[in-house]
Design a protein around this ligand. Structure first.
Ligand SMILES: [Zn+2]
Ligand SMILES: [Zn+2]
Length: 137
């Protein structure tokens, strides 16, 4: 049976750490992950799915994000850019998002790569996370 994993995303900056979940915008019946997107200096609100491995996302129309475009992502609370995590296979950068109660996930900043999918930094952390989810039931 396919099980969707809902992740409580928060700002990765230690001096902020605020929840990025937005209850007013739902994706897949769950609160979305609210971030600020920036493309060539134009900013708008972007909402990503908080479900692990779900690619659904609501993009700001005013940015007109096209396939292959790379955007910058900022925390809507502290305004800081999300920290660099790694270079993606597509050569765009990947940035970190925090998880409440520990752990972190990274996303690629290029549209149609998988920037709106959440990826754990190693499979061990994912397994650990899943076991926490199961224990919480
Ligand atoms: Zn923040
Ligand atoms: Zn990529």
């Amino acid at each position: 049976m396919h099980r969707t994993i809902h992740i409580h995303i928060c700002c990765p900056h230690a001096d902020c750490g605020k929840s990025l979940l937005d209850n007013s915008v739902k994706i897949g019946n769950q609160p979305s992950v609210h971030l600020i997107a920036d493309k060539n200096g134009v900013r708008g609100d972007i909402y990503l799915s908080s479900l692990y491995d779900d690619f659904e996302c609501i993009e700001p129309e005013e940015l007109n994000i096209l396939p292959g475009d790379i955007i910058r992502l900022y925390c809507p609370h502290c305004g800081k850019e999300l920290p660099f995590a790694d270079k993606c296979a597509c050569k765009a950068k990947m940035v970190w998002l925090g998880i409440k109660n520990g752990g972190r996930v990274r996303i690629c900043c290029r549209k149609d790569c998988h920037y709106h999918s959440l990826e754990f930094d190693d499979s061990g952390k994912l397994i650990e996370f899943i076991s926490q989810v199961e224990n919480a039931d």
